[in-house]
Design a protein around this ligand. Structure first.
Ligand code: GLC
Length: 746
């Protein structure tokens, strides 16, 4: 016993010394910051608060002069490892205070090796692989001198009309939080390492609720919704150590997020204790004039700096006005010092004062085979099998002939998706090339259309002929990458162009018809899904989308992806999210009479008096969490450790999952909970956990989840509460089905 105690004592001493050590390192850091700032003039401090894009200065002499004079704290989109290294050397060796620069760039889902768009990666439900992908992005970006990326984008959204859903992690706050943490860790890695890149949690906050899915539009979000949904991924990013945040373009309940003291100060700084840098989103400070919230540039600068934006991106309201605002007493020197300390803290945490500046583009870094291998695995696991009638898929590798048709079968740039600043379509392996490598002349490729919006049917005949002489058809349809991403919202979320018409013609050939969709959003393609025998939703899968699709089409890998966002039947159903409220007159998918079936002379006011649409009913096209596989998974033997969860206890919930089919495959087992009665109305379901299991045919795995009272906490408009009461719990394959139990929280 004595020995045990002495060991405990030793551990205690070690922890306290480590603790002291980490405390010492923090205080050293803070001391360094204060010492540095003590020698900085107000002009020097304001210089740190300016991020300029390359080309901001008329020529390089002016740019270098500005660096030497300490007028720039960060650059955006400066390209070239040598150029960046030289600018960093000048900042460190030739500027007044030797303060290094942050070099920012949007490396959202890959630098040169492009991974699937974030919404696609979110379909993998594999945070470890996402972290690995983001790490590779940073290894490639940092080899080019980039040390700050504006990712992860973790805006929760319910609206597929919004172009930036492509960049998001989907509709669920729990899943988005898991991804936020993984992405931050992947992007930043070890801060002492040369490959560390500062992450930027964006867009803080609520941007994904832009009204009508129209980008840059206004947002109204109640505080319960803000705290129970939209803030959660950002808190997870902060907890994961994100060094920076970015404000947003939207006004939130009337206050632009770049001038919003409630979000930027009360929540981010006071409640969460975030001590990193907040950067504006492009001209979002200046845009407060257009919002009608700032009278002019000087007023905009005053609002933003007092609210909590440390660094101004692209525009120069700070550089123009802060000195005068301090002299006029409208902005205190303390505020300026706080802003600049946040910036210097990030630069010091990133080791920029001490790391060597020379970046060498190691040829084996950019597009390294190991990077492409991970990109292919990420793309494979991002694809969702939506339908597989009579096991159309996988196709036999020895198929006699296969028609590969459609405007996205051989679209090397478009398959990379949105936000691919440094991606190059020439690096892409398209589905057409990947399949040709496998089948050679047994593949009959005819695009049939030039591009997804093509209205011409001139190519149909050749495509149909190719289909007629083949044993099966792969039809690659969807959206060009320019139809999603920033500023690319769509009011109609159908297939653009005449893709549906071509699908109809291909269907008439009677051949097995596999629809492969490449898009940046969930599309309202119920009819097209009904027409096809099998459907793979491949999103925009990045550089290696082609080989990844071939792996699935020919059965080298069984699809495992699950939807991170609800698929609606059409734009009229938006907003739709699975964690909706029950309402006072809930309806179920069964109890509705379709608009076409309402008796012709019906005099009844309504056949239901329940919440639904006469044409859409209440069910979406496909539910959150949905995805098929080549095998079958059976759920059985639901069990709980107790029917009661004590206030300081834990509850385990389990179910057996068995691979009862013929393929080795992965299943994403999901845990949902419903709080039946709350001090505010509660969602009909909330995702509280998931586990991805890999099972050979015939194998079984008991999947167990732990539920603690904290998992049931929510913000009720006044406070975060954990309320005793009755709960439902499900373990299942998606948000619509599963084995159910119930428990009460004491
Ligand atoms: C853009 C985007 C933001 C991006 C920034 C820099 O407008 O909203 O996500 O990081 O500007 O390119």
């Amino acid at each position: 016993m004595k020995k045990y105690l002495s060991v405990l004592l030793l551990i205690g001493l070690l922890i306290s010394s480590c603790d002291k050590g980490s405390q010492e390192s923090v205080s050293t850091l803070e001391k360094d910051i204060q010492e540095l700032m003590a020698n900085m003039s107000i002009e020097d401090k304001i210089g740190q608060m300016q991020q300029v894009f390359d080309g901001f200065y008329p020529n390089d002499d002016d740019l270098i002069k500005a660096v030497r004079e300490g007028k720039v704290g960060s650059f955006l989109n400066v390209m070239g490892a040598d150029r960046i290294s030289e600018l960093q050397r000048i900042a460190l060796e030739e500027s007044k205070h030797g303060i290094p620069l942050l070099f920012g760039r949007d490396v959202i889902h890959g630098y040169r090796t492009i991974f699937p768009i974030p919404l696609a990666m979110a379909s993998s439900w594999e945070p470890e692989l996402i972290e690995k992908s983001m790490r590779i992005s940073s290894v490639e970006a940092s080899s080019m001198g980039i040390n700050w990326t504006f990712a992860p984008m973790i805006d929760v959204t319910w609206d597929p009309r919004w172009g930036r859903i492509a960049e998001s992690c989907g509709e669920d706050p729990y899943l988005a939080s898991v991804y936020a943490s993984a992405m931050v860790k992947g992007i930043q890695g070890d801060l002492n390492d040369q490959t560390a890149v500062a992450a930027c949690a964006k867009h803080f906050v609520g941007y994904g609720m832009s009204e009508a899915g129209r980008d840059y539009n206004t947002t109204y979000i109640t505080e319960p919704l803000l705290r129970n949904v939209h803030l959660r991924p950002f808190e997870a990013a902060k907890d994961a150590g994100a060094l920076t945040f970015m404000s947003a373009f939207n006004d939130l309940n009337g206050v632009p997020t770049s001038g919003n003291e409630f979000t930027l100060k009360t929540i981010l700084r006071d409640e969460w204790g975030f001590d990193g840098t907040v950067v504006s989103d492009w001209a979002s400070i200046e845009e407060m004039i257009s919002h009608g919230y700032a009278a002019n540039r000087k007023h905009a600068a005053e609002i933003a700096v007092n609210a909590g934006v440390d660094m101004e991106m692209a525009t120069t309201t700070y550089a123009e006005n802060l000195k005068v605002l301090v002299e006029e007493g409208k902005v205190s020197e303390e505020v300026i010092n706080e802003r600049v300390a946040n910036i210097l803290r990030v630069k010091m945490k990133l080791g920029l004062f001490t790391k060597p500046v020379s970046q060498h583009v190691s040829v084996d870094t950019i597009l390294a085979p190991s990077h492409l291998k991970v990109a292919r695995e990420m793309a494979r696991k991002s694809i969702v099998l939506l339908k597989n009638e009579s096991n159309t898929l996988p196709l036999p590798k020895d198929i006699r002939s296969l028609a590969v048709v459609g405007p996205l079968a051989n679209a090397p740039h478009n398959q990379m998706g949105t936000w691919v600043f440094d991606g190059n379509g020439d690096d892409s392996v398209t589905p057409k090339v990947a399949i040709e490598n496998l089948l050679g002349k047994r593949m009959n490729f005819v695009a049939g259309m030039e591009y997804s919006r093509d209205k011409s049917t001139a190519g149909f005949k050749e495509a149909i002929n190719a289909a007629r002489k083949s044993d099966a058809i792969l039809f690659f349809a969807g959206e060009e990458s320019c139809l999603s991403g920033e500023a690319n919202s769509r009011g109609i979320i159908d297939f653009p162009g005449v893709q549906k018409e071509l699908l109809i013609e291909l269907k008439k050939t009677g051949k097995p018809l596999v629809l492969v969709v490449m898009a940046g959003r969930p599309l309202g393609i119920g009819d097209e899904i009904n027409m096809a025998d099998a459907v793979l939703y491949a999103w925009h899968g990045g550089t290696m989308a082609g080989p990844a699709l071939a792996d699935l089409v020919f059965g080298d890998y069984s699809p495992s992806g699950k939807l991170p966002v609800t698929f609606v039947k059409g734009a009229g159903q938006i907003p739709f999210y699975y964690y909706r409220k029950n309402g006072g007159r809930p309806s179920s998918p069964e109890d509705f009479t379709h608009i076409d079936d309402i008796p012709r002379n019906s005099k009844q006011l309504s056949l239901g008096f329940k919440t639904m649409h006469l044409d859409y009913g209440i069910a979406p096209l496909l539910p959150f969490g949905y995805g098929l596989t080549y095998t079958e998974f059976q759920y059985s033997n639901f069990s709980m450790s107790d029917a009661k969860l004590k206030a300081n206890g834990t509850l385990t919930v389990s179910a057996d999952v068995r691979n009862s089919g013929n393929y080795e495959a992965e299943e994403i087992v999901q845990l949902y909970v419903r709080d039946r009665v709350g001090s505010i109305t509660r969602p009909i379901k909330e995702l509280k956990g998931f586990e991805k299991v890999h099972l050979k045919p015939g194998n079984l795995r008991k999947v167990t989840f732990l539920i603690e009272p904290e998992d049931l906490a929510f913000f009720n408009g006044n406070d975060y509460v954990i309320e005793p009461g009755d709960f439902d719990v499900w373990i299942g394959p998606n948000s619509d089905e599963g084995l159910q139990g119930e428990f009460s929280l004491e």
